[in-house]
Design a protein around this ligand. Sequence first.
Ligand SMILES: Nc1ncnc2c1ncn2[C@@H]1O[C@H](COP(=O)(O)OP(=O)(O)OP(=O)(O)O)[C@@H](O)[C@H]1O
Ligand SMILES: [Mg+2]
Length: 355
Amino acid sequence: MSNPWARWLAVHDTALFQMSRKAGWDAFVNAAPRPDFPTLTLAEMADLSPEEAEDYGEARVVWNTNPPTVRTQQLVSAYQVIDEVMASNRRDADKLRGSVVIDAEPYLGKTTIATRYARDFHRRIYRRYGHTTAEGNQRLPVAFVPLNEGITLKGLNQKLLEFYGHPAARRGSRTELTALAIDCVASCDTRLIVIDELHFVDFAGRHGTEVSNHLKGLANELPVTFIYVGVGLRERRFFDEGLHGDQAVLAQTSRRATRCPVVPFSTSTDAGARAWATLLATLEPHYKLARARPGMLTDHADLLHKRTQGRIGSLATLLERACARAITTGTEVLDADVLSSVRIDNAAEHLSQST
Ligand SMILES: Nc1ncnc2c1ncn2[C@@H]1O[C@H](COP(=O)(O)OP(=O)(O)OP(=O)(O)O)[C@@H](O)[C@H]1O
Ligand SMILES: [Mg+2]
């Protein structure tokens, strides 16, 4: 007979949707939050059979690994910039639209910001206009296109067509693919296209110039707002389109795009320290451990900042591993010991040792 945790896992185990396909994106957009389940006391845990203990442990790992998205200051101010750009994009289709560029160092929550914003937008459009376009096609308000290394113009169009599940994604010449991509976007009434991992484009190289011109072309042709997401895009010359010196002022991207930086949490000011403490306090109640206590994270704010350099991605990894360890070792609490001993990402490890 299955136990409550096995039943919970059967429905709410790790979600495997592929967001770069319309079906996966749809699953992401419509995923309901996981329902909470009671955290057992140590005495209750002692009464579990071995299978129950195993399933309860597994359910807790899934739960602990998926904290809710916190409305951090970084997320709120990025939303504000995107909202503003989207507002001016209510211009009729004959006028050019601006784009947003979420440009920051790794692991600061860029993809989270872009996908959560796009998800809210998708839901809003569905609520207002329904699932079908005036022409009777499936409405897809958002397309999500993560790039990969060495992406070419053809590859970009293929990725876009793959999102729409277009059968010609793997065939066709460059021009045909461009025409098809434009057709998909227009017929599904797509309003927002998120292009993630844009740093894979080498803007100073030939492919990069082509991709950059193509993106401008799509923006000219389509009544769509683009959100570009990537690491170090300014340094990679995305804005000046790889042009040098005087030529760089001619780069149109620089005029049309609004850069939205995302910064790590800093504890060097009072306001910064407060924001970090608030983040920890917001996350704290999420974790299911038998000895969890209020303050188990906020009491270690400095330690956690030092280990993660205020990066939300490194913090998320640290906390999920610390919880997994607290469960396996039976300590059932996050304390200085476990928070300082679990290994996290390489960059954070390296930097926390050198400061
Ligand atoms: N607002 C948030 N609330 C809670 N957790 C967050 C938030 N933003 C990011 N995270 C956590 O940080 C992890 C990394 O975030 P994300 O993938 O968005 O960063 P990124 O800047 O896109 O990273 P990369 O540079 O590797 O692409 C996420 O998997 C999530 O666990
Ligand atoms: Mg990312």
